[in-house]
Design a protein around this ligand. Structure first.
Ligand code: MG
Ligand code: MG
Length: 274
């Protein structure tokens, strides 16, 4: 990774456009996720949906990834490859999606419940998402990368969860993965300072048990070393006028699932028009 690229407000709006294509795609998928559907079927729906919005799937072919979505059920952490296995009631499934339009990428993720899930998994999803917003809250002018990582780590480790070390968030723009690396752990006051015009993909990957991971022989799929479930939530956020501004939204998902949430309101300078 080279140096951090500061974006203009115009560039940030282009990243927002790509991010919202991903947001709408995840919203579309939210209505389709149910027991019996395969991850490959969902992948095909996402491909068509992204193309219909005049964008390109951001992951397809990136580092030779074979599909549109990274789909990582249960003990899979991230980078799972869609296949013909059907989702089962009680599963959780992390879906990570990228889109590329007008020269800029959007990239975010949500972990969905398949039907009814047990209370332990429900808590893992809730805390992981909470930790994402703790990270966003600390993306403030003159704070540092270590502050953001610390906020996420503190939120998750006090619940006894494992924070994955090997995979991190990142800068986002004309390339999917730009500087800086954004770890989900860290020490307060350490690392690069946040500046206006920085755009980050903040993405806690949190395991119910150990933080340790392993990789399948497919060269992609990351899973927990102890076989316990893992969750992953990701937003795209810009630092604008000294404040973190959400470029992505989960509101399309919440609309599909009939959920009311005010979690995004502090990070939105304009009302969101769905
Ligand atoms: Mg992602
Ligand atoms: Mg990412």
């Amino acid at each position: 990774m080279s140096g951090i690229i500061i974006k203009t407000k115009e560039e940030i709006e282009l990243i927002r456009e790509s991010a919202l294509i991903v947001s709408r795609t995840l919203g579309m998928l939210a209505s389709e996720i149910k027991p019996g559907i395969s991850t490959l079927k969902l992948d095909g729906l996402a491909y068509e949906f992204i193309k219909d919005q005049g964008a390109e799937p951001g992951f397809l072919g990136l580092y030779n990834f074979p599909n549109t979505l990274c789909m990582s059920p249960n003990a899979q952490v991230v980078h799972g490859i869609p296949n013909n296995t059907s989702l089962v009631e009680g599963d959780i499934i992390s879906i990570d999606c990228g889109a590329f339009k007008n020269g800029y990428y959007g990239d975010h993720a949500y972990t969905f419940a398949v039907g009814e899930i047990d209370t332990e998994k429900e808590k893992l999803l809730r805390i992981t998402k909470e930790s994402l917003y703790e990270g966003i809250k600390s993306f403030q002018l003159n704070n540092r990368i270590g502050d953001l990582g610390y906020a996420i780590q503190y939120c998750c480790e006090k619940q006894g969860y494992g924070v994955v070390r090997e995979l991190v968030g990142h800068g986002l723009g004309e390339t999917m993965h730009e500087a800086p690396e954004v770890p989900n752990y860290g020490k307060r006051g350490r690392g690069k300072k946040f500046l206006n015009g920085m755009v980050l993909a903040i993405e806690p990957m949190i395991n119910m048990g150990t933080h340790r991971i392993k990789q399948l022989k497919d060269g992609w799929t990351i899973l927990t070393a102890d076989g316990k479930p893992s969750a992953h939530f990701e937003h795209n956020v810009a630092l604008v006028d000294d404040k973190p501004e959400l470029l992505s939204t989960f509101e399309y998902i919440y609309k599909a699932l009939d959920i009311t949430s005010e979690e995004e309101l502090p990070y939105r300078s304009h009302p969101l028009v769905l």
